[in-house]
Design a binder for this molecule. Structure first.
Ligand code: PLP
Length: 386
């Protein structure tokens, strides 16, 4: 059997990893400024993480949600503490799309309504409602098309107000990324998130904070939505939560009541995933990784700004985007094959940085040096592509 060919691949196969380094099967080392798409939060194969998962596997690997799984309760307690949401409730699942799917479904159950507001350039996942709320028609199958979703321009207060005025009594939820990731690193303005909160309160809708990519400490705060100083009703999380072990979840405000079988899952909350997620939170606290993300993020943004040729350097913490000029159209390729540095992209040509929150100063400097070498080619008319 062959693999279903849905991904364009670099011709590289990873054999091992540690911290912010990856090694391919030829033994070549790479710097990981991409974190496997914002997933690696505490660094690859962190010893505490390996030990936690291994210990759980040798006690028991799985049982269904028909019994108490104590490690789920331990995770809920620790996540409540680290996220600053001790009074919220946790539902565990396996991915970001699943987290958003459950968040949207829960908002509809809770309000009895069907309409959802999402935003232009949003990405919320590839399952049915999550993909319908994603602003990309090329990944929407005919069966996923629905008129329950209204897309509004991002950070546009007037459009938001007008939509609520017209249909406020039908709107179940507003879903928004604190920093749009796949859409190209666009930060939601604090005043815009405050406006969403006010309108949701007024019209009885729920505010869903999609923190799948921008959450879990990446911005320097636990949720990048926290910069606005207003709480969401539901936060969806995944990616950095398990540092590579598949796990997602929604944090649900205390005023939203559960009833049996409203939501459910076979694998969500399995003990191995909970052990991984606990290890992540323990390391985040012990190694002060949110502070490190804030510090290294400012250092990188300043360094990229200083190169001058990179336009619109933006983001928060270790979620950074910038636009190289057209003369550097092969920048990411050159970083990978000449400097051995992984970066991310967003269409059409945004470079996205999503490294581990434990990125060191030496690694940040290594990246900036490589970028400087590439930037110098922008001024060179003989610049050729590789
Ligand atoms: C903001 C956001 N939400 C949801 C998802 C979907 O997550 P997953 O791929 O784990 O389903 C992503 C993935 O990139 C994302 O960036």
């Amino acid at each position: 059997m062959k693999l279903f060919d849905v991904y364009p691949h670099h011709n590289i196969a990873i054999e091992r990893a540690l911290g912010s380094s990856l090694w391919d099967e030829k033994g070549r080392e790479y710097l990981d400024m991409y974190g496997g798409h914002a997933v690696i939060s505490i660094g690859h194969t962190h010893p505490h993480y390996v030990q936690r998962i291994t210990a759980q596997l040798s006690s028991f690997g799985f049982y269904s949600n028909s019994v108490h799984i104590r490690i789920q309760e331990e995770l809920a307690g620790r996540l409540g503490e680290v996220s600053g949401r001790p009074d919220y409730q946790l539902f565990l699942c396996n991915s970001g799309a699943e987290a958003n799917e459950n968040a949207l479904k829960l908002a509809s159950f809770h309000t009895g309504r069907k309409q959802i507001i999402a935003f232009r350039r949003s990405f919320h996942g590839r399952t049915s409602l999550a993909v319908a709320a994603t602003d990309n028609p090329t990944i929407l199958a005919p069966v996923n098309q629905t008129d329950h979703i209204t897309f509004l321009p991002f950070n546009d207060d007037a459009a938001l107000e007008a939509c609520f005025q017209a249909n406020g009594d039908q709107i179940a939820a507003v879903i928004i990324e604190g920093i749009q990731g796949v859409g190209g690193i666009h930060v939601a303005e604090d005043t815009f998130l405050q406006h969403i909160r006010r309108l949701c309160n007024h019209y009885g809708a729920l505010y869903i904070a999609d923190a799948v990519q921008c959450g879990y400490g990446r911005s320097g705060r636990f949720f990048s939505h926290d910069f606005a100083g207003v709480p969401a009703d539901i936060y969806s999380v995944a990616k950095g939560m398990g540092n590579g072990f598949p796990i997602g979840g929604i944090l649900i405000a205390p005023h939203i009541q559960a009833r049996h079988s409203m939501l459910g899952t076979t694998f969500g909350g399995n003990p191995l995933a909970c052990a991984a997620a606990l290890a992540v939170l323990e390391v985040m606290q012990r190694e002060a990784l949110m502070d490190n993300a804030a510090k290294m993020g400012s250092f990188l943004q300043d360094g990229i700004h200083q190169l001058q040729v990179m336009q619109q350097v933006r983001g928060r913490g270790l979620m950074i985007g910038f636009d190289p000029p057209p003369s550097l159209k092969d920048l990411r390729r050159n970083l990978l094959f000449q400097h051995h540095i992984f970066t991310g992209e967003a269409k059409p040509s945004v470079v996205r940085l999503l490294p581990s929150l434990a990125l060191s100063m030496a690694h940040a400097n290594r990246f900036l040096e490589a970028l400087r070498a590439e930037a110098s080619k922008a001024a060179d008319p003989s610049n050729t592509t590789t």
